[in-house]
Write a protein that binds this ligand. Sequence first.
Ligand SMILES: *[C@@H]1O[C@H](CO)[C@@H](O)[C@H](O)[C@H]1NC(C)=O
Ligand SMILES: *[C@@H]1O[C@H](CO)[C@@H](O)[C@H](O)[C@H]1NC(C)=O
Ligand SMILES: *[C@@H]1O[C@H](CO)[C@@H](O)[C@H](O)[C@H]1NC(C)=O
Ligand SMILES: *[C@@H]1O[C@H](CO)[C@@H](O)[C@H](O)[C@H]1NC(C)=O
Ligand SMILES: [Zn+2]
Length: 518
Amino acid sequence: MGPPSFLRTSWGGLTSMLLLCCAHVCLSIPDPRLRDRLMQEEASRQIGGQLLLTKSELQLSEHLLRLKEMEMAQPQFPPAMHFFEARPFIQRSPIFSLLQKMPKGAALHVHDFSLVPVEWLVKNVTYRPHCYVCFTKDQSVHFVFSDGDPVTQHQCSPWVLLETLRAKMGNATEFDNSLIANLTLFTSEPGAAYPNQDAVWKKFEQAFMVTLDLVTYAPVFKDYFYQSLQELYLDNVMYLELRALLPKTYELDGRTNDRSWSLEAYREVSRQFVAEHPDFLGTRIIFTVHRGLRDFEVKDLVKMAISMKKEYPDIMAGFDLVGQEDRGRPLWYFREALSLPADLGVSLPYFFHAGETNWEGTEVDGNLLDALLFNTSRIGHGFALPHHPVAKELSRKMGVPIELCPISNQVLKLVSDLRNHPAAVLMSEGHPLVVSSDDPSMFGSTGLSYDFYEAFVGIGGMKSHLGTLKELAINSLRYSSLSPQQQEKALHLWSGKWDKFVSENLDQKPNKEEQDRK
Ligand SMILES: *[C@@H]1O[C@H](CO)[C@@H](O)[C@H](O)[C@H]1NC(C)=O
Ligand SMILES: *[C@@H]1O[C@H](CO)[C@@H](O)[C@H](O)[C@H]1NC(C)=O
Ligand SMILES: *[C@@H]1O[C@H](CO)[C@@H](O)[C@H](O)[C@H]1NC(C)=O
Ligand SMILES: *[C@@H]1O[C@H](CO)[C@@H](O)[C@H](O)[C@H]1NC(C)=O
Ligand SMILES: [Zn+2]
């Protein structure tokens, strides 16, 4: 491995330079050449630090650097602000518009029902016929589609047909806005709305349950997924690995479809989307179950995952556990269930969320090491990884990347100023890492570009450059669950898009935006 020999040459060089310096000029100012060399060495260790950039890439990188300098000079630095307040500033950022155009590769950490802006759920889905609503005591709602009077399953007011309700209102804009507020965490006053982690997670799970009412209606389930792919495609993402609960879906007459129906729906919609967009590569599914379940329940679900993997090898990528890590059960609790595949001699790749916590040394904090012991293919978040030297070393040695989701970590209150995100350490030492967005619609973002902005401008700071972005995009394909041949094909397609992106954005007069901003 690199470090030992690397250190040897570097320190050898350092000592001889020190000797040289002292022999000739005995000033106590450190040798500037030595200083340059050390700085270069440090720069070369970061993500993208080893890539040789073309002349055009270097030129675009210079342009990005100038844009960053201007961004830093503004009174409001978006990565230092809460995303809900930073969003309008980011939307005006010329770096952000470049990132939107940039081919970003794959989305490797996003969840099934958080990919489409919630406005679509309200303005499109709740306007469909047969949609009923009821109101709960805790300021929330439930929905159901039904061709007769719905059967009540929730603690809720009597069901009303939305069409009837809206007709009585005349102007339903305010009502629709209140429904939108039920489906997302986004609010203009995040500090007041979410005083602590438990409060924000409570709202998260509440909004999720409301979403579930709508998206588990079978026709909506397919439309929602098509719309999800559309969102990613428009953001220049070319492949998706979706963490999916594969819930039962329901029909208008109350009949339900099982989990295989959901998996087949994903496969069918994804194939259709690829047929219409040949430069999109498709979808693979990571089956997720809640970490609040008991071990025997998870054991059954692992068995189910094994058989789904056998039946749908092209689309099933593997297995993961979801839900608030600090309140859920640790991976070690599920050790018997998670050992099943190895015991049975079958393969079920894991993609565990781990280390999404601030609580050092708790049982949950042990998830990072356990995820690695269970041979996880990637680590969701790994926010706590820099606190665990052994886990960090293992993750590097095993080539297990962190899926960094900066906005999620900020909104769910692990860190407030993104310049202080622990992944800054990982990025500067070139730790395997990909950028993703977790639950964009919950956070009022879309696709991957907002998270790339935070990672590039906030976490990477002044030293991350076009090479950083290039390596992050390449990583997303290299660390995907695609086969080596599929990866080559994906990288080939991506690299054509990348070259086009670089050349097209060079042609813009580099000083245009700078002048506009002055
Ligand atoms: C809702 O979205 C579907 C596509 O998923 C589209 O066909 C339909 O026209 C939309 N309806 C409304 C009311 O926007
Ligand atoms: C409905 O109400 C909103 C504000 O609540 C207003 O902005 C909008 O213009 C109204 N629409 C109509 C058609 O009156
Ligand atoms: C959810 O919608 C209901 C119905 O309009 C509304 O009374 C309630 O305030 C909304 N909840 C939130 C958190 O906005
Ligand atoms: C993890 O991988 C190692 C090496 O391939 C293997 O020996 C071990 O059984 C695996 N563990 C599990 C839990 O799958
Ligand atoms: Zn997640």
